[in-house]
Design a protein around this ligand. Structure first.
Ligand SMILES: O=C(O)c1cc(=O)[nH]c(=O)n1[C@@H]1O[C@H](COP(=O)(O)O)[C@@H](O)[C@H]1O
Length: 308
């Protein structure tokens, strides 16, 4: 059978990211536990601000999240700040999550000109890279197509990407919402929709308005980051996230103020695609594993109740 032009080859031996994420969300609820070892949290846990403190923090969160959350999301900058020793801890964490059957999202927010992007893609998504995660966060502000090496490698290896679209921080509006009906955010969402259509097959571009919710079935590898704090921005900017047919990583739930019960109104027909991520609100419950587990379970349960 002839291949669709430009269609990536299926990954040998690994189911597509969309299917793996849907299975994990169905099993554990739509919660991603953010692993953000802020120096202040290390202090609060009675751990030294060293690579060994970072390691004990990371492995404790992993122990609490395993079997109770769909994914974990280490914040890469908080490992990089310890240099090579911090990166070694991140590698150990990623390997431990793989062994515990927890999906990993490397929160690296990478984005660069295409030739350099190839190296970022190889670091975070290539088979055999010590830093390979199941998905990586990407910044599209050098142009969505500059992300092509990562988009292609993710699709080819059964991995995923989460591209910043509407971020959870208040400053994001000053770039992302500019242009009204032709906003930057809407262009990013349309490009992700086209990418998933290309990989999955089917019509290019977003589904027509009023299309049935994509839910968790048949999601493509190109996800988006859409903050749980964006209020009515999706409607105001005319963005149809269900038509993107990709997973939606939603930070802002927890420490930034968004509540589980707010999410259905923010995401509407795309609620089934949402993977909410929470870091500090859970991590502040440590260092005792039972208390962390209880926080993870409570968050996962309230998100499952709100989002289905
Ligand atoms: O890409 C992200 O993960 C991200 C995007 C965004 O729009 N807002 C946002 O807060 N994040 C990350 O999500 C985490 C949120 O942490 P908490 O506010 O402690 O739950 C941090 O690691 C942020 O870097």
């Amino acid at each position: 059978m002839p291949e669709r032009p430009g269609a990536p080859l299926p990954a040998p031996g690994r189911a597509p990211f969309g299917a793996r994420l849907a299975r994990a969300m169905d099993a554990h609820g739509p919660l991603c536990v953010g692993i953000d070892p802020h120096p202040g949290l290390l202090d609060a846990w009675g751990l030294p601000r060293t690579a060994e403190g970072l390691r004990r923090f990371s492995l404790t969160v992993l122990e609490a999240a395993a079997g109770r959350a769909a994914a974990v999301k280490p914040q890469v900058a908080l490992y990089e700040s310890y240099g090579a020793a911090g990166i070694a801890v991140l590698e150990e964490l990623l390997a431990g999550a793989r062994a515990a059957d927890l999906l990993t999202v490397a929160d690296a927010k990478r984005g660069d000109i295409g030739s350099t992007m190839e190296a970022y893609a190889a670091a975070w998504l290539a088979e055999g890279s010590p830093l390979a995660a199941d998905a990586v966060t990407l910044s599209p502000y050098l142009g969505f197509e500059s992300l092509r090496p990562a988009l292609d490698l993710a699709a080819r290896t059964g991995r995923g990407t989460f591209v910043l679209a509407l971020t959870s921080n208040p400053e994001g509006r000053s770039v992302q919402h500019v242009g009204g009906a032709d906003s930057v955010a809407r262009a990013v969402c349309s490009a992700a929709a086209a990418e998933n259509a290309r990989v999955l097959g089917g019509a290019e571009g977003p589904a027509p308005a009023g299309a049935a919710a994509a839910g968790r079935t048949g999601l493509g590898p190109c996800g988006l980051v859409v903050g749980a704090t964006v209020g009515d921005a999706l409607a105001a900017l005319g963005i149809d996230l269900a038509g993107v047919r990709g997973p939606l990583l939603a930070p802002g739930y927890g420490a930034q103020g968004a509540r589980a019960e707010d999410l259905p109104a923010v995401f509407g027909a795309a609620a089934g695609q949402v993977l909410a991520t929470s870091s500090r609100a859970i991590l502040r419950r440590g260092p005792a594993v039972p208390a962390l587990r209880e926080a993870v379970e409570r968050s996962a349960a309230e998100l499952a109740a709100a989002l289905g």
